[in-house]
Design a protein around this ligand. Sequence first.
Ligand code: ADP
Length: 627
Amino acid sequence: MLKLLRYLKRKEWLFFLLSLVFIAAQVWLDLKLPDYMSEITKLVETEGSAMNDIWTAGGMMLLCSLGSLASSVAVCFLASNIAAGFSKRLRSAMYYKVQSFSKNEIGRFSTPSLITRSTNDVMQVQMLIVMSMQVVIKAPLMAIWAITKIAGKAWQWSLATGITVAILMALMALILALTFPRFRRVQWLQDGLNRSARENLTGIRVVRAFNAEKYQHDKFQKSNTELRNNQLFANRAMTFITPIMSLSMNLLSMSIYWIGAILINSVSLNGAEALAQRVDIFADMIVFMSYAMQMIMSFLMMAAVFVIAPRAFVAAGRINEVLDTEPSVKDGYGEPEEKDWVSMCLLDPDGSENAVIDLHGSTVFFGGDAVFTIRSEAASRQMIEFEHVSYRYPGGSGDVLSDISFKIARGQTVAIVGSTGSGKTTLVNLIPRFSDPTEGRILVDGTDVKNYTLKQLSEKISYASQKPLMFTGTVASNVAMGCSAEPERLEAALRIAQADEFVGSLPDGAASPVARGGVNFSGGQKQRLSIARALCRRSDILILDDSFSALDFKTDRALRNGLKHELGDTTVIIVAQRIGTIMGADKIIVLDDGRIAGIGKHRELLSDCEVYRQIALSQLSEEELAL
Ligand code: ADP
């Protein structure tokens, strides 16, 4: 929890210090009340007291109460301000952190858990801050101040109060120890419940189609019941706090009166002196009683915090887990742009501005570290190069890709084929660094992908994923994502992706709305919009991961023709299942169980690669293949 406080700003620390002043004022005013009460008690017990004096003391009590109320409102205002600003910053920090995560980290935490952590967990911490500022600081201050005020009165009263406080503290520690692990589990179960609810909602059509409502309901109920049981246990334990507090308060008052009665009875003097002494003891008892009650009330207030503190501590731990996680895919130092390269060539050690030094192939050092190598013509000729790449999913038992090596020249169209699960998606995901290879390296335009900044790399690569993702907005906003939305560019992207016809037939054309998840479009339409989005960016490399699967054969062919004739020297990688889609590619890479089974053109592979031949034969007849 303390670790999270680094997200507080200077202004909030100032507010915190200011609230300390108000809290101190509030405690001082609250503890002033018993003094006036004692004065009134003495005035009432003393013969010949003036009514005016009682009114004055009463008036002061009223002023103290109003002052205490005003201070309490000020603390409340400051606490809410601090907590709201703090939690906004915490949510932003988590948002940016999660944005930097690769698939590995997101998979490790799981999406529902990341959502719970950024919303519910942050709210728990926010609530604790508000409560703490109002209570946690005030209560001990009040208790200590009250103790100093009552010290020196009869030791029997102090002893009774001491015993009560000790018992209360022990009980609170016990309850906290019992509930803390349960609250940890409650947060964890909350993630599970979110996951279950999400699955049910996103898959509602499948659930209904398969009459699996009962099965899903039972699964949901299992998580729900376990969550309820844990919450019940924790909350039941918490419900004991208030009755225990009330009981101790009542027992303590009884003891104070009882001890007071004994003390008054034990006065051995007679006459007026005895009366005066008894009045003094009685007034002391009233004052002691008020202070002791203030002290126990402080504990009672602390108990309210204890109800939420365990959950907030667990939540803070979970937030820290996210914030402390270092993304496994980190920015490189950045590949110099062409203009930097030229200016380096013009830098001459002798100071002559016109001298051009041939730096091709040399490695540039800054502070002893090799920073980058000036690309030679030969190196930059390959657009993509895999060098002995292997990949294993975190926690996986074996390599999903093993020793993959190939080269793709600029402007080539390369297809990747293989049976389901052979590693095609995993392979293409390594190029834009959704994950990094466990072994080997990948070069894009002659440079290790790890050396680019993620922004530079994403500008070089456009990607249409297997599952087209649509965002709430319009067709134009979905396609123009990440590129300038010039109408010509948008139109060209829609045309090449074979989406212009259906978009044109929409009532508002490209300005037509896209619902959440693109539910108002068919699978094939979403795929074409997703391809148009990738095309709109006009990057050097275009990766289409099984993006043709929902297209009919005619659209598939038209799209391939469009890509072939309109993309210039863009390097295209197509992951596809259909032989028809890929047989015209410049190069086909055949994957089999994470290994390369063959590389070549369609005809070469048909004769040389058995895996490819089997895939082709499963889709086309011998005659069609021969044609
Ligand atoms: P393809 O695209 O050829 O169908 P994938 O690259 O999606 O194959 O998957 C290759 C293998 O990696 C499969 O055996 C699959 O089970 C496994 N795999 C895919 N994603 C994950 C993941 N996130 N965690 C663990 N294993 C995975």
